[in-house]
Every structure is written in structure tokens, then in C-alpha cells.
Ligand binder design. Structure first.
Ligand SMILES: NC(=O)c1ccc[n+]([C@@H]2O[C@H](COP(=O)([O-])OP(=O)(O)OC[C@H]3O[C@@H](n4cnc5c(N)ncnc54)[C@H](OP(=O)(O)O)[C@@H]3O)[C@@H](O)[C@H]2O)c1
Length: 348
């Protein structure tokens, strides 16, 4: 893991930031659906700030399962919003941390030179990115761009899964299934910061990493079945969706919350709908409640994440930092379903 505790947010030359924006830039581009081989690095026009947004010089982005879904166009229902034949979103990277270099006409709360981070509509795998600005927040002093760029999508999913949908409270016992990936590594730390007892499930090679993030109990799924411990969890944050509804129910105490972050991905036409419906029905027949959600960016949750980064309660677990030429391999690893922690992209 890289040490992300040190700050690399050195003062920037605010004068000249706007003037020095080039007209073209190299970017990772995928103009058709497929796996990583449909990506290439191309020269593309630098976008302009929308009226309700900003143009950001990207200091760091990171890869998420979301990028794999947009790259492959799966599940197929995603194509209804991203283009039936060709993707509308052609540059991966839904996380951004960087410096504002231009501000749209309607924006009053951001200025050139501001250091911001947040979730965006793709585009992070390029040196410049245009985004709406309402949900972008300030990178706290002492937090590196790499740490900030690793945080938005995975951190928002973890905090919304635990706090908004899981109603996690101090003293609760939470199970985090899939603790070693982007969402899981944030969830372990956020749950600990909220005062919960954490049991985390991952594979052998990630046990020490997950333990170092603060999990009270780490279950290596290749040697131990977490189901065997019986009904003991108040919240189950399920980042994998590999357990049957009966198994999930058997691990939950009365009044517990099952939070579906992910499900099986075997059938691109249907998944994860059958799993979601079956688990929802199983929870209806029990004392536990079922919660399924798609994480969305908002300033309130981003501010909470900024505070947790500033306090050191979360330190993003970064597996490695890559340039644009490493994005294809990074996406392939994400697509395998076994990427450890976060892969950060520094585009220039
Ligand atoms: N609902 C939403 O809004 C939302 C938002 C973000 C992500 N997601 C979904 O949530 C899932 C997790 O996202 P992510 O960003 O954390 O993905 P990720 O970074 O690709 O990590 C996936 C992790 O799953 C673990 N895993 C695989 N099989 C497992 C098993 N049988 N038991 C326990 N862990 C297992 C892997 O760890 P090992 O190598 O140790 O097996 C890997 O680290 C993805 O499917 C993604 O599509 C949903």
C-alpha cells in the first residue's frame, strides 16, 4: 500500500491556471462497448466548464467497478441511459480530485485555484474534466490529492450503505461482506469511526490489510464460513451478493438491516434483479429489513467524508498509483472482481 498520509497539495500558481489550459489533452477513451482492449489513449479536446459547473485540472482519479460497467455496457439495462449501440460516456474515471481552473457563469461558491474532490460523470482518466459543482467539496488541508481522488464513489457508497440505509449505530455489530475492495476498505473504517464492532470477510491475501484497517474480526472466506457463527449481526453490508437469502437471514439478529450494495453478475440481461428480489422476499418473511440502493453524490455526504479524511479516521487503502497507460490493466483487474483496495490514476 502507498502511504497517503503526507500532503502533496502544495500551493498552486493561481495566476495563470486559467490561461495555461491547453486546447487538447491525452485521455483514455473507449468509443465502443467491450473489455479493456477497446480503450486507447487519444488526443481529445479539453472540455469547457458548464454554466453550473467547473473545469478541473485532474490531480488524481481512481477506478471503480462503475467504470467496468460503463466500459462493458453491463448489465445491459445500463445502455438505456449510456447509449444502446455506443457509449455516451467515453472517458472512464468517476472520481476526481484536482484544482479548479475555470468556473461556469452560474457558479458562486467555487473559485479558480480551489482544491476540490467529488464524484463526476466519468472523465477522470484525463488531465482536465468538466463537472457540475454542487456536490464538489474542498480537499482538506493535509490530505493528499491521491487520497482524495480515491474516495468519492467508494466512500459515498460505504457511508450511504452504513449510515443512510443501514442506520448503523454505535455498538452495532456489522458484517462487511467483500471488505477488501474499494467499498469494503472504506466501509470497515467508517463503521469503526461510527463506533461499531466490525466483522469483515475477504480472501487470504487481504486478511492483514483488512485487519490493519481496523476490523475487529476478519474472516478468510477460503478457510472459514462466516455463516457458521449464527445470528449475530445488526447490519450486513453486502458488497458481493454471493450468499443465499436463507444464509443472509440466518446471520441477522431481529431488527437487523440487510444492505444490498451488489449482487451476482453472471447474467448481463437479468442480474442482479433475481438475487435482489429473492433476498427482499426472504427479509420480508423475517424480522430483518431489506435495503437496496444506488449511491449518489451529494455535498452533505462528501463533507462527512472530507471530515473523516481530515481527522484521519479514514485513510484510503491505495493498492497502487498508475498513469493513463496503466488504466487498461487496472480496468481488467477491476473486472475480475478481485481488485484489492483502490487503484488511483494520476493522469499527467
Ligand atoms: N449500489 C451501488 O451504488 C454501488 C456502488 C459502488 C459499487 N457497487 C458494487 O459493489 C461491489 C463492490 O464494489 P467495489 O468498488 O468494492 O469493488 P472492487 O473494488 O472491485 O472489490 C471487489 C472485492 O470483492 C471481493 N470479493 C470477491 N469475491 C468475494 C467473496 N466471495 N467474498 C468476499 N469478498 C469477495 C474481492 O476481494 P478478494 O480478492 O479478497 O476476494 C474484491 O476486493 C461491485 O460489485 C460494484 O459493482 C455498487
Amino acid at each position: 500500500m502507498n502511504d497517503t498520509s503526507a500532503s502533496d497539495t502544495s500551493p498552486h500558481d493561481i495566476d495563470g491556471l486559467a490561461e495555461n489550459v491547453p486546447s487538447e489533452m491525452p485521455a483514455v477513451v473507449a468509443r465502443r462497448y467491450g473489455t479493456a482492449e477497446v480503450t486507447s489513449i487519444e488526443q481529445v479536446p479539453v472540455p469547457t466548464a458548464p454554466a453550473d459547473g467547473v473545469l478541473i485540472r485532474v490531480e488524481a482519479s481512481s477506478l471503480n467497478a462503475l467504470d467496468w460497467h460503463f466500459l462493458t455496457g453491463t448489465p445491459y439495462m445500463l445502455r438505456a441511459i449510456n447509449g444502446l449501440r455506443r457509449p455516451k460516456r467515453i472517458i472512464p474515471g468517476s472520481d476526481v480530485a484536482g484544482v479548479v481552473v475555470a468556473v461556469g457563469a452560474d457558479v458562486t461558491d467555487k473559485r479558480v485555484g480551489d482544491k476540490v474532490f467529488g464524484e463526476c460523470n466519468g472523465g477522470g482518466c484525463a488531465p482536465y474534466l468538466a463537472s457540475k459543482s454542487g456536490h464538489l467539496v474542498t480537499v482538506p488541508d493535509g490530505v493528499s490529492f491521491e487520497a482524495a481522488g480515491a474516495t468519492p464513489v467508494a466512500g459515498l457508497t460505504a457511508i450511504q450503505g452504513l449510515r443512510t440505509h443501514g442506520s448503523l449505530e454505535a455498538g452495532d455489530h456489522v458484517l462487511i461482506n467483500g471488505a477488501a475492495g474499494g467499498v469494503g476498505t472504506f466501509a470497515v473504517q467508517i463503521a469503526k469511526a461510527m463506533g461499531a464492532e466490525v466483522t469483515a470477510v475477504c480472501s487470504t491475501r487481504n486478511v492483514e490489510m483488512v485487519r490493519a484497517l481496523g476490523a475487529d474480526t476478519v474472516v478468510d472466506y477460503s478457510t472459514t464460513d462466516v455463516v457458521d457463527g449464527g445470528a449475530r449481526f445488526d447490519v450486513m453490508l453486502d458488497n458481493v451478493g454471493n450468499r443465499t437469502p436463507k444464509e443472509c437471514r440466518s446471520m441477522l439478529r431481529p431488527g437487523a438491516r440487510y444492505v444490498a450494495v451488489s449482487g451476482p453478475k453472471n447474467n448481463p440481461w437479468l442480474d442482479p434483479i433475481p438475487h435482489v428480489v429473492r433476498t427482499w422476499l426472504a427479509m420480508k418473511r423475517s424480522d430483518a429489513s431489506f435495503h437496496q440502493f444506488v449511491a449518489s453524490p451529494n455535498a452533505e455526504d462528501m463533507t462527512s467524508l472530507a471530515e473523516l479524511l481530515a481527522s484521519g479516521d479514514i485513510v484510503p487503502a491505495i493498492d497502487r498509483v498508475i498513469g493513463l497507460d496503466g488504466v487498461a490493466d487496472g480496468l481488467t483487474e477491476i473486472g475480475s472482481g478481485h481488485a484489492p483496495a483502490k487503484i488511483v490514476v494520476v493522469p499527467s
